[in-house]
Design a protein around this ligand. Structure first.
Ligand SMILES: N[C@@H](CCC(=O)N[C@@H](CS)C(=O)NCC(=O)O)C(=O)O
Length: 249
């Protein structure tokens, strides 16, 4: 089976796809793209959409972390990414969809907001990337890319303040998935791999990591995605973090 994964360094759903391919034992080549520039390249590669992860596998094109999960399960059923029991599967699918549609965006906005104001840390997100040019050189393109990405992803201060205010409830929700056995089993499922990578990205932000790392969800993310790159030093205005502090108190 031939597989080629198109991703962006530090893309959390890109890491979800990588982890799923690795879990299935499918050998693949990886093309790392620069954010924003990725869009025309994906089009030129024949994909219908403009986001990563995008996968060519066995001559087919599959785009989106959830579609990829299902295609991989179809092609290589073992180990499964979804439970066989329909009720258990529905719960995993609900958690996975929430991770994809809600949590992913929060993690993306928080990081792009910080990087659009200080692009220095971008180089740390490029560690291990296969961009076809030296990381230090690629990092020089960072300031305009970070600003455009922040704009495309609505990573403005208003959205990010609201995201930080809603994060305590989101973390409770993930810990509840773990307590209920929807996530956190010995064999990671599609919801584990979807949500853990967003948590891993969130934990690259020094302002946010202390509020996640010791919780069950933080421990799960560390176990499933120990190698996630990137480090953004503290920089959010302290009052934005008040909801997280209040929950931790
Ligand atoms: N929720 C979708 C969307 C993924 C998504 O938005 N990916 C981002 C990177 S994390 C992207 O490709 N952005 C385009 C860009 O940065 O230019 C999925 O899980 O596949």
């Amino acid at each position: 089976m031939k597989a080629r994964l198109f991703t962006i360094p530090g893309s959390h759903p890109g890491w979800t796809a990588r982890l799923m391919l690795e879990r299935k034992g499918i050998p693949y080549s990886r093309i790392d793209l620069v954010a924003v520039l990725s869009k025309p390249i994906l089009r030129a590669a024949g994909f219908g959409g403009v986001t990563v992860p995008a996968l060519r596998i066995d001559g087919r094109r599959v785009q989106g972390s959830r579609a990829i999960a299902r295609e991989l399960d179809r092609l290589v059923p073992e180990p499964p990414l979804f439970p066989a029991d329909p009720e258990a599967r529905a719960k995993v699918e609900e958690a996975e969809a929430w991770g994809d549609e809600i949590l992913q965006d929060v993690a993306r906005r928080l990081v792009w907001n910080r990087l659009s104001k200080d692009s220095g840390p971008i180089e740390s997100y490029l560690q291990g990337a296969r961009l076809g040019l030296p990381v230090a050189l690629a990092a020089r393109t960072a300031p305009p890319i970070a600003k455009l990405s922040a704009r495309f992803n609505e990573a403005d201060d208003v959205h990010v303040t609201a995201d930080l205010a809603s994060l305590p409830v989101m973390l409770d929700r993930i810990d509840a998935y773990i307590a209920d056995g929807v996530m956190g089993g010995t064999e990671p499922n599609a919801a584990d791999l979807q949500i853990a990578t967003s948590l891993a990205l969130l934990m690259t932000i020094d302002d946010v990591r202390p509020f996640i790392e010791k919780r069950p969800c933080g421990e799960l993310a560390r176990r499933l995605v120990p190698q996630f790159p990137g480090h953004t030093p503290a920089g959010f205005p302290p009052q934005w973090l008040e909801p997280l502090r209040a929950q931790a108190a």
